[in-house]
Design a protein around this ligand. Structure first.
Ligand code: CUA
Length: 333
């Protein structure tokens, strides 16, 4: 029967959604007063909707049952078309509900509005690229990608810019989403009440790899954040490279990578791709792939296989260069 097929299909989809979605990435599990206010508004509206729906269904059911023609009944059922009291009642109730929703919404908008900047706030520029996020900390002189470190319990003002198409910046546990539009600077603020790692998404379809445009927001306690800042501000450790690492360095800095990537202290100043200076201090790369040997090897061998359509998909390193390049990249901490 067709309906059985549908039920199993829906059940399977729910199961799949439950298995694949990161359970921590949700607007309900909030770690921020901003997200909590929005979740509260949603909950009130949702339960109001449930009550109205049930009320309508119950009244409708009563009307249908009571208004049925009884056996042997030949007269027309009672007609109440044009009942002034009823007409007023079911016009006034929805109007009151909508006014109530309006006030709730305005209250929430006020509660989540960006507060004025204060000393101790952090400013970050989030730059949307196809398909990764670049993060600049103008006051700290840091540029990174794919991972946004913020201190917990601190207001973070985010300037949103895009270098290509429209993206949308969204960290469900921390705040709502704002579009990132080329040629226009939008802004938002986030705040993490507690330390933790929260997944961010691009929430506006931006091309073939839109789904691989994740980022991590890592909220650190004050001392961990300070240590991270110092690590990022420091130049690369001046250790002497092994032969293999030096060979890799030559391939990276003198080769095709230099056209798009930057590594501080080298001749590489490219701005198209992620800044690689402290690449191996990050846990993900290329819009959400775990930074491990297997993924990095695959990326260098044929990034188009891992992430079809990405801008360096045409660049494939021969196997004999991959080991050296990986060795060098791992020195970028
Ligand atoms: Cu960027 Cu979707």
């Amino acid at each position: 029967m067709a309906w059985r097929k549908w039920i199993s299909l829906i059940g399977f989809s729910l199961l799949l959604a439950g298995c694949t979605a990161n359970p921590a990435t949700t607007t309900f599990n909030t770690n921020s007063s901003i997200a909590a206010e929005k979740a509260q508004l949603f909950n009130i509206l949702f339960w109001m909707g449930v009550v109205v729906f049930l009320l309508v269904v119950v009244l409708l059911t009563i009307a249908v049952i009571r208004g049925r023609r009884k056996p042997g009944d030949t007269t027309e059922p009672f007609q109440n078309h044009g009942n002034v009291r009823l007409e007023i009642l079911w016009t006034v109730i929805p109007i009151l509900l909508v006014i109530f929703i309006f006030f709730l919404t305005v209250r929430t908008m006020n509660a989540v509005a960006a507060p004025p900047r204060e000393n101790g706030d952090l400013t970050v520029r989030a730059i949307g690229h196809r398909w990764f996020w670049e993060f600049q900390y103008p006051d700290l002189g840091i540029t990174t990608a794919n991972e946004l470190h913020i201190p917990e319990d601190t207001n973070v003002h985010i300037e949103l810019v895009s270098v290509d198409v429209i993206h949308s910046f969204w960290v469900p546990n921390l705040s709502g989403k704002i579009d990132v539009v080329p040629g226009q600077q939008n802004s938002m603020w986030i705040r993490a009440d507690n330390a933790g790692t929260f997944m961010g998404h691009c929430a506006e379809f931006c091309g073939i790899q839109h789904a691989n445009m994740h980022f991590n927001v890592i909220a650190d306690d004050a001392s961990t954040f300070q240590a991270w800042v110092e690590g990022q501000q420091a130049g690369l450790a001046d250790s002497t490279l092994t032969d293999l690492e030096a060979q890799g360095s030559k391939i990276v800095t003198a080769g095709v990578c230099a056209g798009c990537h930057a590594i501080d202290g080298t001749n590489m100043l490219g701005k198209t791709g992620p800044n690689l200076t402290h690449l191996y201090s990050r846990s993900i790369f290329a819009g959400g792939f775990e930074l491990n040997d297997e993924n990095m090897k695959q990326w260098l061998r044929d990034s188009g296989k891992l992430k079809p359509g990405n801008l360096m998909a045409g660049i494939r390193l021969p196997d004999d260069q991959i080991e050296a390049v990986m060795a060098y990249l791992k020195t970028l901490r």
